[in-house]
Design a protein around this ligand. Structure first.
Ligand code: JFH
Length: 242
């Protein structure tokens, strides 16, 4: 998979993409991330990317031309004959979920647009973006951190990125409901002990305990993840499109 990120702050992306599971995936060539400096697609001597809004109002709005040019460049130097998913990061976008991450993980080429300031000229949204994505109902200062969250969530799902294919399936949100508690050594720390069942060697009992704990935690914290019948509800979106 190829992901292009278009931003005025390319340095924000470099470090996070160099470490951990994602860093390894990129090293191994399972995933390519090209960070494109939006200023490279300006034609004026001061590389201006923002202007005051027409009609007045606070702050600045990002100009359309550099985004149009940058996306053209990414398309023409990418695979899939220019048929990339062009994703605008915005609080008004479709909410990122595991389900949407799975959908995006099937793309060959994605181009993520990261606005700053008060946002972007509407013509980019209308004529360049094919999708709009939000990571949640809170305002952050620009699209970069949202793009990183999306790249991480999607990159993990690219075949071969996770060593053990099963661990992506048992993660919260992939597996139904929330995960329960986990413990590691030492058995006792400052008088705080690990539940005996986990050391019992009874795999059936351990399994039942994990499932019960996960179910309780889901019931207490995220009851909406459980259906009315009390059965695991796999993926709400598949049923109600929310
Ligand atoms: C972004 C920003 C909006 C204006 C509340 C009332 C008026 C500043 C580009 C994504 C998610 C983002 C996100 C994505 C791109 C940009 C900051 C937005 C306003 C604020 C001012 C600029 C934020 N999921 N959260 N935030 N901003 N609004």
């Amino acid at each position: 998979m190829l992901i292009d990120v278009i931003t005025i702050f390319p340095e924000m992306l470099a470090q996070p993409l160099s470490v951990g599971v994602l860093g390894r995936a990129i090293e191994d060539g399972l995933l390519t991330v090209r960070v494109q400096d939006l200023r490279d697609f300006t034609h004026d001597r001061h590389h201006v990317t923002d202007e005051p809004p027409y009609g007045g109002g606070p702050g600045m709005v990002m100009k359309p031309e550099p985004f149009f040019r940058a996306v053209c460049h990414c398309r023409s130097t990418g695979p899939s004959a220019g048929r990339a998913r062009v994703v605008l990061m915005t609080p008004q976008g479709r909410r990122l979920t595991h389900h949407l991450s799975e959908e995006m993980a099937r793309e060959e080429h994605m181009i993520l647009l990261c606005p700053r300031y008060e946002g972007i000229d509407e013509r980019v949204r209308q004529w360049v973006a094919t999708h709009e994505l939000s990571i949640g109902d809170y305002v952050i200062s620009g699209g970069e951190i949202a793009a990183l969250a999306a790249i991480d969530a999607v990159g993990r799902l690219v075949p071969g990125v996770l060593g053990h294919p099963e661990s992506s399936l048992t993660d919260s949100f992939a597996a139904p409901g929330l995960e329960g508690p986990q413990y590691t050594r030492p058995f006792a720390y400052r008088g705080l002990k690990v539940p005996d069942v986990l050391r019992s060697g009874d795999h059936g009992a351990v399994d039942r305990w994990h499932r019960e704990q996960a179910r309780m935690r889901t019931l207490m914290r995220r009851p909406e993840l459980l259906s009315k019948r009390g059965e695991w509800q796999y993926d709400r979106e598949r049923f109600d499109g929310s």
